[in-house]
Structure formats: C-alpha cells, structure tokens
Design a protein around this ligand. Structure first.
Ligand code: GDP
Ligand code: MG
Length: 441
C-alpha cells in the first residue's frame, strides 16, 4: 500500500529540496501537489483539504522559510501532521479490570472479521493470555467452520452453538469463559454486503446484552473512500472504540488509513498485512507516516525481529562473533531466523531508503539466492561448515552436485563468507562503544 502516494510525495519534496531558499508560493505549489497525491490515494476530500491547510499555515506562518533548511522543515511538518492525522499515538485495546475482556468484532461481509478474530487471538496468546473465540455469525454453516479452522491455527478454542441466536450464544460464551478461565472473549459477528437495519439491530442487541469492552470495526482498506463511509455509519449506529484496517498489504491506495481517524474520531488500533495469522501489526501513526514518507519503518522491523528471533540463539551468536568462531552453520542459522520474519521484499521495504527501489522481481531473486545459499550449506559436512578452509576442489564439486548448484556458486559463497569473517574480525578487535555497537548489529 501507499506506493503511489509515497512516490508522489517524494517527487514533490525533491522539487522543494532542489530550490534551496523557498518562497511562500513554492510551498503553496508543493502543497497543491501534496493535495492531489492525497486525493489520488483515496483520501477523503475534506481531510485532504484540511491537511494541506494545516501544513501551509505552519510552514508560511513561522520562520520555516527563513531557516537554513526550509525544505527539510516543511517535510518535518508534513510528517508531524500526517502522524497527528492518524491519531498521534498507538491506541491499545482496553482491558477490563474484571475478566473476561469482551471484544466484539463487527464490519461488512468479507472485510476480514473472522480472519482478524483469529489474528487477535494469536496476538493475545503470544502475550500469555487465554482468548476464547465465539462464533456469532450463524447465518452460514461455513462461517462457523471457517472460524474453527483459523481458531485451531491460532491455538485458541472456538465456542459455538451452531446456527442459534447470536445474542444467546454471546451470553453463553461469556459464562463459559468465566468457568474455564478465559481472560479474553472475541465475538466474531455476522456481516452483510451493505449496511442494513437488520444487521445493525442484531449488533445493537449483542452490545446491549453483553456490554463489550471493545467494539472493533473491521474495514477493508481496498474499499477506498467507501471504507470511511462505512466507519461513519457503524460508529453512528453502534458506537465503535476502534478500527482494524485490513488488507493493507494489497495494492490499496491507503486513503482509508489516512481518513478514518479524522472522519470518525476513532483510532485505528491494528492493521492487517496479509492472510496469514501473523500478519497483524499494532498501528503506530508515527511509524506509518514515516513509511508513507519513505523514511522506512525501522521500529516495526525491530519489533518483528524481537517477536521472531530466538533470543538464546542471538546471544549465542553475539558471543561467537566476539570470539571469532562464527562458522557456516551459524550463518545458516541466522539466515533461517531472518526468513522467519517474512518475505524478503516485505522486510526490505521497511528499511529507510529502500522503499520503491526493490521490486517484486528483485525480492524474489533475493529469496532465491537465500535458498541457494541454504542448500549449499546444507550439502556440506559438519567439518566443512566449521572449517571452510578444508573445502578443496573435489569437495566443492560434491557440494555443488548435492545442492543442485555450480562450483562457481559454491566459490562465491565461500568467498563472501571469507570476507564476512574478515570484517567480523575487525569489529571483534575494535574496542569501545563503536566496536560494541557494530558487534551488536
Ligand atoms: P469476514 O467475512 O469479515 O469474516 O472476512 P474473512 O475473515 O472471511 O476474510 C475475507 C477474505 O479476506 C479472506 O479470503 C481472507 O483471507 C482475506 N483477508 C482478510 N484479512 C486480510 C489481510 O489483511 N490481507 C489480505 N491480503 N487478505 C485478507
Ligand atoms: Mg466471517
């Protein structure tokens, strides 16, 4: 998401930067471009207009233009205003002081309620909680079955009473949760293709009967401008506490992410970044703004790494690096850890400056290279991995044949590994803060 918007914004900023000193009309020209870029990204008309007005007022009304780095200052203002547009800070789920905390998921059909119910369950399980999923979408037997399938993947039990009355099911589920020590109950409700009285009536009944602590509206970011209208209607009819914006991984233009908060006053709490259960991210407006402005989102990358990396193993690696005993087995291990973080393209796109420079094809090539290196190392014996120096030409031929590669691929890997070791040696012998920082990388 956001590629188009990012590209247009960076083009506008590039022009600003090339000017050195800025006049009021330079800023206004740039802001006209920003406004068009926002509109093209499906940002709500009024939101785009107000946004540009706010940035312009701040940029021309202060000493920004006479500063030494006016373009930089304008970009900083855009960054800050984008952040505050999306809500300024990360909004978390409110936990009830008495268990269970009841979360009610609602939204149109196909928006991602069932998937995100399970993603949330998994998210909470990772935090040591005991979520219970509840099948309140009773109109299609397939919906209950779907929740069971994703619930099992998430490792969370699913409470269902077949195609009964959703209000009764919700109530029963909550007493079940109390009996069985579930601290979070997630109600997966039914959706319709369009908002209608009957759907809202049913949701209102569930709300009145069980008093959810969080009503989360699930909206599909691919629906563009419509997403915001949906959010407004649900909020007016039901009163929502927050939004989960789904399918932000697709080629959505991202406008919904920028408009929802401004139009409804309700925060985006999570974003869905894919179909897999791990593809859920807490929403941080400042990080999203950085991503949109092409400054990368290193913080989310670090969060992901911390979630996925096995800490024992990274400590072990740090020690090995220090002692200079990092071998090919360790390299293999590290590569596996990186792969766990997700597709290479997705990881790289979070790095500053990489955005837009790495296409799907390049990402796929990168993946293929990683796989090749893995299979080469896999074809080596223990002794060879520990001491690559013993790999002579006949061993190289054997390894190449075993991994389905060429001898030159094996050579390249060994050469690169050799360079890496030399570099590590340098870091290892570097004292003080810098050495420590480099070693920690
Ligand atoms: P519901 O009708 O609201 O319960 O929606 P579902 O959870 O059944 O999701 C509808 C479709 O959207 C399914 O095919 C999901 O796999 C897909 N989906 C849900 N969330 C995401 C997401 O964040 N990214 C992508 N790419 N697909 C998603
Ligand atoms: Mg569903």
């Amino acid at each position: 998401a956001f590629e188009g918007l990012s590209d247009k914004l960076s083009a506008a900023f590039k022009r600003l930067r090339s000017k050195g000193r800025l006049t009021e009309s330079d800023v206004k020209d740039a802001m006209r471009e920003v406004r068009l870029a926002l509109l093209e990204a499906d940002v709500n008309y009024k939101v785009a207009k107000d946004f540009v007005a706010a940035v312009t007022a701040r940029a021309v009304g202060s000493d920004v233009l006479t500063s030494l780095t006016p373009a930089q200052q304008v970009i900083k203002i855009v960054d800050e205003e984008l952040t505050s547009l999306m809500g300024a800070e990360n909004s978390r789920i409110q936990f009830s002081s008495k268990i269970p905390t009841i979360i009610m998921m609602c939204g149109l059909q196909g928006s991602g309620k069932t998937t995100h119910s399970a993603k949330l369950a998994r998210y909470f399980k990772k935090q040591g909680k005991r979520p219970l999923l509840v099948a309140c979408d009773v109109y299609r037997p397939a919906a209950i079955e779907q929740l069971k399938v994703v619930g099992e993947k998430a490792g969370a039990p699913v409470f269902d009473m077949g195609q009964g009355d959703p209000v009764k099911i919700a109530k029963k589920a909550i007493s079940h949760a109390k009996d069985y020590g579930h601290d979070i109950v997630i109600l997966d409700t039914a959706g319709r293709l369009h908002i209608d009285e009957q759907l809202m009536g049913e949701l209102k009944n569930i709300k009145a009967e069980v008093g959810p602590h969080e009503i989360l509206l699930v909206i599909d970011s691919m629906t563009g401008q419509d997403a915001v209208n949906v959010a407004k209607s649900f909020d007016e009819a039901l009163g929502i506490d927050g939004v989960i914006l789904t399918k932000l991984d697709g080629d959505t233009r991202g406008g919904a992410a920028l408009s929802v908060r401004a139009v409804t006053g309700k925060p985006i709490k999570f974003v869905g970044m894919g179909e897999k259960l791990d593809d859920l991210e807490p929403f941080y407006p400042d990080r999203m703004a950085s991503r949109i402005l092409g400054m990368g989102d290193v913080l989310t990358l670090i969060d992901k790494a911390q979630e996925q990396l096995d800490f024992k193993s990274s400590e072990k690696m740090a020690k090995k690096l220090k002692e200079n005993s990092f071998d090919l087995d360790d390299l293999l291990e590290q590569m596996k850890q990186i792969r766990k973080m997700g597709p290479l393209g997705q990881i790289l796109s979070m790095l500053p400056g990489v955005k837009g420079q790495i296409g799907d094809e390049e990402a796929q090539q990168g993946e293929a290279q990683l796989r090749q290196v893995e299979s080469i190392i896999n074809s080596m014996t223990r002794a060879e991995r520990a001491k690559p120096a013993i790999i002579n030409p006949s061993r190289k031929r054997r390894i190449a044949a075993g991994s389905g590669t060429k001898v030159e691929d094996v050579n390249r890997l060994l050469r690169q590994f050799d360079q890496m070791q030399k570099m590590m040696k340098q870091f290892g012998s570097m004292g003080g803060k810098k050495g420590k920082r480099l070693r920690a990388m």
